[in-house]
Every structure is written in C-alpha cells, then in structure tokens.
Ligand binder design. Sequence first.
Ligand code: SIB
Ligand code: ZN
Length: 429
Amino acid sequence: MKILIKDCYLCDLLRDSGVTTGDVAVEGNRLLKVGGEGELPLGWKPERVIDGKDHLCLPGLINCHTHAAMTLLRSYADDLPLMHWLEKKIWPMEARLTGDDVYWGTLLAIVEMIESGTTTFSDMYFFTDRVAEAVEVSGVRACLSRGLIGIGDSAEQGLEESRELLEKWQGAADGRISIWLGPHAPYTCPPDFLDKVLTLAQDYRAGIHVHVAETKDEIEQIAREYGKTPVAYLSERGVFRFPVLAAHCVYLTEEDIETLAAAGAAVAHNPESNMKLASGIAPIPELLAAGVTVGIGTDGASSNNNLDMFEEMRTAALLHKVNKGDPQVLPASQVLSMATRDGARALRLDDLGLLQPGYKADLILVNLNEAHLHPRHNPVAHMVYSARGGDVETVIIDGRIVMEGRKILTIDKERVLAEVEERARRLLS
Ligand SMILES: N[C@@H](CCSC[C@H]1O[C@@H](n2cnc3c(=O)[nH]cnc32)[C@H](O)[C@@H]1O)C(=O)O
Ligand SMILES: [Zn+2]
C-alpha cells in the first residue's frame, strides 16, 4: 500500500541534527521518502493519507530480549532472586504450559508491545512454532529462538525443534520472521551440548541468542565448573564465530569486553529485569566505549513486569547516570538509538531501525499533544525521559498499518484478554 504521513516531526538519529518537520511516504514495505530525503515518482498517489501534525515519527522500537509468553506469569512470582525464581517458581509453572497457552500468551505480549511502539522483538521460549504463528497473524516482526537446555531429558528434542523451525519458519511471514538458536545459558548448556548447537548454527547459518553473565551466582558456578568466566567458556567452545546476541552481560571482565568487541557480538541490555531480580548493573558505558553494539530488551513480563520500551529506555538512561555519578553518561539520543538502530544491528536486520528511504517501513507516530510532552524543547529527550507507551498513536510494520488511533487492527484484543484470563486461572488450579 502507498501511505503518506503528512507534516510530522522527524528526527535524524544518524546525524543527531535535531528535529525537523516533513512528510513520510511508504510504498510496499519500504520507506520511499522521509522529509527532504528521497524522491516521489512523478504522479505518485497515496492510497492512504495520515495526518502527522503534532506527532513525532520514529523508527519502530526494537525489544532485543524477551520471553513473550511469560506475560502469562506476570506477577505470579515476584520479589525473588533469579535462581530461586527460575528453579522454584517459573520452571515448574512453565512445565504446565501448553502450545495453546504459549500462543495466547505471546499474542498478549504482542498487543502490549504494539500498543507501546515496539515493532520488532527477539524472543526465546518454547512451542516456538506457536510463537511464530502469533507473529504471523499479528503483523509484528520477530527473531525467534527455541530456548535450549542441555541438561535433563528435553535436550535432544529442543535441537530437533530448532532444526524444524529453521526449515519451516526462517524468512517466513514475508520475511518478518527470523530464526535464531537459543542455548539458554552457560549454566544450562554443557560443552558437548553447545557443540551440537553450533553444528546446527553452522548448517543453517543461524545466530546464537544466549543469556550470559547475568548474576554473581552464575560467575561463581562457571568458575567452579570450568575455571573461567561465562564469556570465556562460550568463546572457547567457538560460540563467537557466529553472530551472537548476548542477553544481560552484567558481570564482565575487561577481557570479556574485548572478546565481545573483537567478535562483533551484540549485547541485549535489560536494566529493569536486572534491577528487579537484583542481578546487578551491566557495564554498558564500557561496552559502548569498546565498540560493542548494545540493544535494549525488557526480558519477560515476569521479571519486569511490563514490555514497555519507553520505560526501559528511561530506566537505562537513569540507571547508568546514577551508577557512574555522571549525568552525561548515555544521553537521550544514544538511548533512543539503542532502542532502534542499534537494536536492528544487534538482531542483524539490515535496512531496519532508521527512517531512511529504502529502509523497511517499520515506524510509529507518537502523539505529542499530551501535557507531559509540552513544551517541545527537545522531542528526542521527551521520548526517553517523558513519554510512555500509551502515547503511541499509530504503528506501521512492514508497510502495513497495524495500529491506528490506538486501535490494533490485526488482532482481536478483547478475545486475547479473555483467553489469557481463563488460561491463567487454569494454570493456578
Ligand atoms: N524451559 C524451556 C527452555 C528455556 S526457554 C527460555 C527460558 O528462559 C527463562 N528466563 C526468563 N528470564 C530469564 C532470565 O532473566 N535469566 C535466565 N532465564 C530466564 C524462561 O523462564 C524460560 O524457561 C523448556 O522447558 O524447554
Ligand atoms: Zn531472559
């Protein structure tokens, strides 16, 4: 479809040159014209015109790390440290989830994400074929991995399911779905199991999405078992020969940071999950200084407890300022870039995360007609420090209008809420 958004505010994150106003033209799933950049062919006529006045147009936000269906476990187990939370609460409950539960829980997450301006998410969960179905019907973009745990009896099954996903879903839904491999963490993936994961990565040229160095416990456990850091353990197995998305990276040595930088690995920073589980503070300024690509993620809704990337941006900025005792750390434009352009790079999605002609048409319109977004001294800073997910008015993904006037057009939201309520009740009984 040909869409013209008229007279919106635009910011150029590439040049950080402030905010201008102009039109945005979309044709098919691509941006054709953005403000003064790009050309409309002679006689080009839009099929849809959207009034962009008093709205800021941004690239869709990219949630680099989540477990979407964990919306089902939102506030089921709070105020616990990671290992206790996982082993005593979450994993026993997850063992009861069915494929249908995961489908509806994922749809709930997608509703929440679209309503708060997220157009792409990177997921690690199970029943991933059902996650893919939810992505397909909802119109969102996603990188999906089947979480792989190498201890216990589901190890081989997880590998087999990953192979099936790579065969069936890689590039599916008009290219909106990518499949990654998801070895859960160093402490759940012994060396011989990691080797099998890497063989699969080699065969299918797939990337690796893994939790790394999340807690002090993990550092101690991996040191006890292997005499090295989690990053060194993964490195020695050859994990960093592949595209890597490393979630958390809270505890890193200088050498670990060098390893990540040299390998071109990307980090998914999840400040709210790290704060809520009291895991610690990731050395994000150090990673950025070393040239590592850092995206932002919410982690699952059971350790956050929402999927609002506006909140996550604000938390990221504030956390590192107070931690370093330096308000100049992580300025707003850099944080917005982490949630858009850098997120796209972390997920190895080309032509995404910037408003530039030729890029994929994933964009959001944020309504600036709210008290907390006035006056408009600096709309970019507003996005990080003042805006909320609920300010997002319109969402376009892959050139398709997925939400307009805050109404989601692809999913029956009432049905999703009802299904999830009923399933959550059954899970507890
Ligand atoms: N449990 C699955 C495989 C793992 S999927 C990804 C897993 O990561 C878990 N998870 C969620 N948040 C975190 C976190 O912050 N750190 C480590 N694991 C997490 C989540 O509960 C889920 O079990 C199975 O039975 O096959
Ligand atoms: Zn996680």
